[in-house]
Design a protein around this ligand. Structure first.
Ligand code: HAM
Length: 402
């Protein structure tokens, strides 16, 4: 035998029973999005690298350090998608979806790739299920999107704090950026190496540095909310009012800036205190469609980190009881008929493929979590019944199935 092959670092298999939680997350989110009339879109896993450079931003960690980039046989530069929004925006423009209706509500699900340092809840291949809304500039759209996030958390029974902030717009952010830069200049001796670089290129990112020294140094930093122009302020205030009216709990976090450059106005994260990180995140990106070559189109969205949120939720047990059929003797056609009938009734059924004594078979039934063992011998076949053994009580009785 050769050496045991391992999956690449940060790339992981999702095995049973974890896959049940994974699917519980995606199906729950899908069901909720359907109630809000979202429809699905599937975009390629690979895009031209510019799709991400022009959206996520050239100065971001994702584009600078975390993308899997490669050239194809014709020398074209391609990248594995690090997130879903950029590809959906590219498709929205390419297929002129904006010409079809005043707004679109789309969702997607699939693997994303980031060359990050792997740790619990952080992988190089991970999955997102995300939603994007194209068209509305109104704060009602932001409020409803956050209501969806809150519905998801509730349906999955995930404890998380919904943090919100406003990053302003092209009108008001430049003045804030300058004020922040000036402030950071003054505290630069306390900043980490990364932040010393960020403070000129991408000063807002300094605000969410996890290094204690940087956190301490930016405590008194100017806040974006104090710089919002009239329109951004009204948008933000209306959003908060709507959330309160809708009963959506939230907390303002003035340091919430997000790791992608396309955001304007509303940004948010659902942060799990257990994990100390975001399980769902998103915001508004009113310039991105235009920036990528489409008509000016306000837009907003979020993505659920499926593996991440799966760490703090649990799939309920399957509703359908499991029946394990144990045939003894020359009864296979009859046993198969029994199996068929039980499945028609919506039960989960396994038939034992192996011959063996009753004790061994029952041990196996127990191991796979069967609710009932269905013993089918020649006597049972003659009488047109089966012996049904309740695995939890041990009680058994003859019942008619076919
Ligand atoms: P993001 O914050 O980069 O936003 O990712 C969204 C979520 O994906 C995170 O909150 C986290 O749960 C999960 N996630 C991110 N990186 C990893 C990783 N390496 N391993 C496991 N989970 C991870 C976006 O991607 C935006 N496209 C969200 C959005 C949609 N904004 C507007 N529309």
């Amino acid at each position: 035998m050769g050496e045991t092959l391992q999956s690449p670092r940060g790339f992981h298999d999702i095995l049973p029973p974890d896959i049940d939680t994974f699917r519980f997350v995606t199906s729950t989110v899908r069901d909720i999005l359907r109630l809000y009339n979202f429809t699905e879109i599937i975009t390629p896993i690979v895009e031209r690298v510019e799709v991400f450079e022009r959206s996520i931003g050239e100065a971001t960690d994702i584009v600078q350090k975390e993308m899997f980039v490669f050239t194809d046989r014709k020398g074209r530069k391609l990248a594995l998608r690090p997130e879903g929004t950029a590809g959906v925006v590219r498709a929205y423009i390419q297929h002129k979806l904006y010409a079809q209706r005043p707004y679109h509500k789309l969702f997607y699900e699939g693997p994303m790739f980031r060359y990050e340092r792997p740790q619990a809840g952080r992988y190089r291949q991970f999955h997102q299920i995300g939603a994007e809304v194209f068209g509305p500039a109104e704060p009602l759209a932001d409020a409803e999107l956050l209501k969806i996030v809150s519905d998801i958390l509730e349906a999955l029974k995930v404890e998380a704090t919904l943090e919100i902030n406003s990053l302003g717009c092209a009108e008001c952010r430049p003045a804030y950026r300058e004020a922040l830069k000036g402030f950071l200049e003054g505290v630069s001796s306390h900043l980490c190496k990364d932040c010393l670089e960020r403070k000129d290129r991408n000063p807002l990112r300094v605000l969410d540095c996890k290094v204690e020294g940087c956190r301490e140094a930016t405590k008194e930093a100017p806040k974006m909310v104090d710089f919002l122009c009239q329109e951004c302020r009204e948008h933000y205030e209306t959003l908060k009012k709507l959330l309160t009216e809708m009963g959506v709990d939230f907390r303002e976090n003035y340091n919430l800036v997000r790791g992608l450059d396309y955001y304007t106005r509303t940004v948010f994260e659902a942060v799990s205190p257990k994990l100390g990180s975001a399980v769902i995140a998103g915001g508004r990106y009113d310039y991105l469609v235009e920036q990528m070559g489409g008509p000016p189109t306000p837009a907003l969205g979020f993505a659920v980190g499926v593996e991440r949120i799966a760490l703090v939720t649990e799939a309920p047990p399957l509703k359908e009881k499991l029946y394990f059929i144990i045939p003894f003797g020359d009864v296979i056609p009859y046993a198969l008929k029994v199996a068929q009938r039980l499945r028609e009734e919506g039960k989960r059924v396994e038939i034992s493929y192996r011959k063996g004594g009753l004790r061994k078979q029952l041990e196996f039934a127990d191991k796979i979590g069967a609710d009932y063992a269905v013993i089918v011998g020649e006597d049972e076949m003659r009488e047109g019944v089966v012996t049904l053994k309740d695995m939890s009580t041990g009680r058994q009785e003859k019942v008619k199935v076919v």
